[in-house]
Design a protein around this ligand. Sequence first.
Ligand code: PLP
Ligand code: ZN
Length: 421
Amino acid sequence: MDHILHLRCLLCGKEHRPEDVAYVCPDHGVEGVLDVVYDYDLIRRRVTPESVRDGAGMWRFRGLLPVETETPVPPLLVGDTPIVDAPRLAAAVGVARVWVKDEGRQPTASLKDRASAMAVAKAAERGVETITTASTGNAAAALAGMCAASAVRAVIFVPASAPPAKLAQLHAFGAAVVLVEGSYDQAVLLSMAAAERRGWYNRNTGFNPYMTEGKKTVVYEICEALGWQAPDVITVGVGDGCIIGGLHKGLRDLFAMGWIDRMPRLVGVQAEGSAFLADAWRFGEDVVTKPAIATHTVADSIAAGLPRDRVKAMAAVRDTGGGFVTVSDDEILAAIPAVARGCGVFGEPAAAASWAGLVAAVQSGVVGRGDRVVIMNTGSGLKDVAAASRGAEAAGTTAVRVRPDGRDLDEALDRLEMGAR
Ligand SMILES: *Cc1c(COP(=O)(O)O)cnc(C)c1O
Ligand SMILES: [Zn+2]
């Protein structure tokens, strides 16, 4: 892996060789999250905007990823998701452009597939045959799916309260599932302990440095789709902070390579009931020492009492001149039909939060009229049908009931035309 210079500890700056350290800085334990530092001069000679057009999905960018040329990857198409132009959403919120990057179109229907595909590749390099993670549901489904594709064992720790669709995915993919009668944060601790005791490969976000590297590929695709132009702003729902950290990393890669000439502002969107990072941002708190908070939100994928990638998340917002905003559960639920009706993309609560957050960011002046904005639809609306139904009901639905013989059809259609409920 001659294109990687070292893994750098975000706390102490110490540099480690990738062959010496699997996950975190040995001097700092779980707090010592590592960043993969690349030799861009070398990569620039091997990889170009033209060369990455060959192939399909995230592995088109292999030269910018922490894997060997011959490392096997899961045989599923991960990445190359659509980016949807949404002029009606742009007009509704009052910005120049809105695009929706639709990660609901991934194999297991969330952006987490990018990181889980990377986990399976890294485990293969190490010859480990069992991979574990804790998850609120999507990382779990993604790991279960990628492992099924590659005939690797997945052991998944999820809160027993995870939405049924996500649990169904785990069971369908044949993962071994540990239902934790507690929070996501508690599931993380158990999964970490199990990995340590059993020698399993540990995919946990904010601990495994390569998850950021998988997730960053989404922003390569965004900038490529815009003709290697960065948008002005990207908004994304934030729980652990790995996605927003991945966006930042991918943008820094592209900037260093000279493929984009400026950095977008990254706007992190948190639920009011899980606002660790937004609070730290607002009050200038140190995220390394700030204690965990209790969480309560309808957007399960962004419920994180102690965001595992908080250091990377804060850097992403600070270094790009972006910001954090918070949105209520009602705003999140309303965002689901707003985006679905506004451009045809159906997201789960944590995904639709990126739209609610854009609305809030425009109101507070963080985002302005002239901005060209990408909102991240991080997961499919089918992941949480109950939440989607609540959001749609609150926004008003148009439906009438008819008898099968059609006796009342005309009368019903008249009511339908009048927008009857
Ligand atoms: C995981 C996830 C997020 C948040 O990502 P973090 O890395 O935890 O900040 C947002 N939306 C969806 C759908 C997710 O699955
Ligand atoms: Zn360190």
